[in-house]
Design a binder for this molecule. Structure first.
Ligand code: FES
Ligand code: FES
Length: 161
């Protein structure tokens, strides 16, 4: 979206494989850039203070809290949001596991949980259930679906209690 505000800064991003250019004020978070300027509202704003994980996206291969990142800091970054996780009609294995394990109620935390789990798996540091729970502890579910979320992720990682 082109803005007429002279204080806006041009930011180029690759989002879900597509090149995007936005003009944003320097203090706008990556979360608001995605939601308000690119209309990618799958990424959720929970606390807006780095405490809930609802806004987690994958940036240059790492999971990050998009509410704590400025859009301008991510110029020329590659971002994957929940909208980019499925391959056309084929859900990601984690998405399928969330369905199979009834791992959501309102679904508000789900995009962040899935992006975070993908980042965690990429990090390749987790080998036990305890480590899995610890590594996912930054993503909170207010509905109480946490046990099912952990089960769903563990199932994809083939971890057992
Ligand atoms: S909205 Fe970013 S951590 Fe809660
Ligand atoms: S399913 Fe409602 S916040 Fe997690």
């Amino acid at each position: 979206m082109k803005s007429e505000n002279q204080k806006d800064v041009k930011v180029a991003l690759t989002v879900n494989g597509k090149s995007e250019v936005v003009y944003i004020q320097p203090w706008v978070s990556l979360l608001d850039t995605l939601r308000d300027h690119l209309n990618l509202t799958g990424t959720k704003k929970g606390c807006d203070h780095g405490q809930c994980g609802a806004c987690t996206v994958i940036c240059d291969g790492k999971r990050i809290l998009s509410c704590l990142s400025l859009g301008v800091m991510k110029n020329e970054s590659e971002i994957t949001t929940i909208e980019g996780i499925a391959k056309e009609e084929e859900l990601h294995p984690l998405q399928k596991a969330f369905l199979e394990h009834d791992a959501f109620q309102c679904g508000y935390c789900t995009p962040g949980q899935i992006c975070s789990a993908i980042g965690m798996i990429e990090e390749n540091q987790v080998t036990t259930m305890e480590e899995l729970k610890d590594s996912m502890s930054g993503n909170l579910c207010r509905c109480g679906a946490n046990p099912n979320i952990i089960d769903a992720i563990a199932n994809v990682m083939e971890l057992q209690e």
